[in-house]
Design a protein around this ligand. Sequence first.
Ligand code: URA
Length: 233
Amino acid sequence: MRLVRLIANLGYGSRKEVAQMFRAGRVTDAGGEVLYADDQVEAASIRVDGTPLDPGSGLVLMLHKPMGTTCSHRDPGQLIYDLLPPRFARRRPPVSSIGRLDRDTSGLLLLTDDGALLHRVIAPVAQVRKRYVATLAQDLRGDEAAVFASGTLLLDGETTPLAPAPFQALGPREAQVTLTEGRYHQVRRMFAALGNRVETLHRAAIGDLVLGELPSGHWRQLQAAELALVFAR
Ligand code: URA
């Protein structure tokens, strides 16, 4: 019964449902041999419906968050968790997003069941770089790079200035900004402080990890080597 508990804890179903999956022959080894609930096998060689079992702990996913989805477990409207298999919400510990993007921001979002990893990425001391691409309602003024790099920009209602943020113009109304902090609506408020307005906002990279070809609304598991890119300096 060890295997039933293992698979149930990964969110594939209640113990009763997982026991039923064994009886239906849906749990096999890597060679397709049907497994029984009291078999002694390594988790790595287990397949459910032919697909390798999710990792036991330290699951890390990347999601291409579409605009209009919310980084919350229970908000009205579409949630990022609706884009993932329901078993991820049933895992113990559950899968949560590493930081948040606004409802109207798209792009790279990481999720994990590993609380220590989550804190390592979002802790201010880690200074993980987040690269955003913004399209703007008005033409750039020309002084954005200097203002954002100054380390003196104060956002409305705040008393601590922003850390310097590298800026690059990509077109008359398009720019890239890299943040090492994560203040509320930070990019939108930075441009608002200069009299502009962000029309669309997309997170293109975290550290050196980029979204690549992952289509909007899709997710995949991250490999250990890719996770190291998040912390690249
Ligand atoms: N800055 C914003 O304004 N919104 C985000 O979602 C992320 C950074």
